[in-house]
Design a binder for this molecule. Sequence first.
Ligand code: SAH
Length: 241
Amino acid sequence: MPMKNVRIVLVETSHGGNIGAVARAMKNMCLEDLALVNPRQFMTEECVARASGADDILHEARVYKSLDEALADCTLVVGASARLRTVAWPQLDPRQCAELVAERAAQGQQAALVFGRERTGLTNAELERCQYLVHIPANPDYSSLNLAMAVQVLGYELMMQQPPMASPQPRELATAADMQGLFSHLEQALEDIGFLDPRKSDKLMRRLKRLFHRAEPDQDEIRILRGILSAAQGRKSARRE
Ligand code: SAH
């Protein structure tokens, strides 16, 4: 399910290839609103190649002449910064950022995550348009991630705020009665095929019961096991005939 009300804003990106890689990261993370402020290149061959099929994000991307235009309808603006700033901007880590953005977006507010230039990041004037900064913890001596990697990490944290997409069908676990049915069938079948001596069956059956209880079989699995037992019994009686 696409995540509504979350815009990824790229400021003066130099390389079309990076925009393509961002589109791919966005689509992977269910984000679809891409805004480009004065991209130096866009829709280059490398851009399309690195989007790797996320062309719809590229085609629907909007290009703006200024950051203000790209943010005009936003009530929450978070700037992504490769450096920890000493200035008093409220600083978030990626998880806190995702919590805040997901909460506001769910209320129907428009949020934006703003990413800077490959070489120089965001200017102070651009940072002043942000209410918060988000910094991805990284090696202090080498903290600058590739643009698309930064989008990927923040997108991933946003994705983790979403309810799980498809929960597997809950298994219909075997009831106590199903288990008892299996055990008596098993005991009978083991006798029928000559594996179990009825006089000494208790200890073995106890161990087998423990094994099946540990496996927490569901009702389908009980049916399969009993089918196997019936087949083994059938073959045995067929051979006897
Ligand atoms: N050399 C630039 C970094 C440019 S990387 C600088 O020192 O500012 C391009 C963009 O990716 C950055 O402007 C930022 O938006 C994002 N980015 C890269 N690494 C990041 C990190 N560790 N945390 C948050 N954003 C990051």
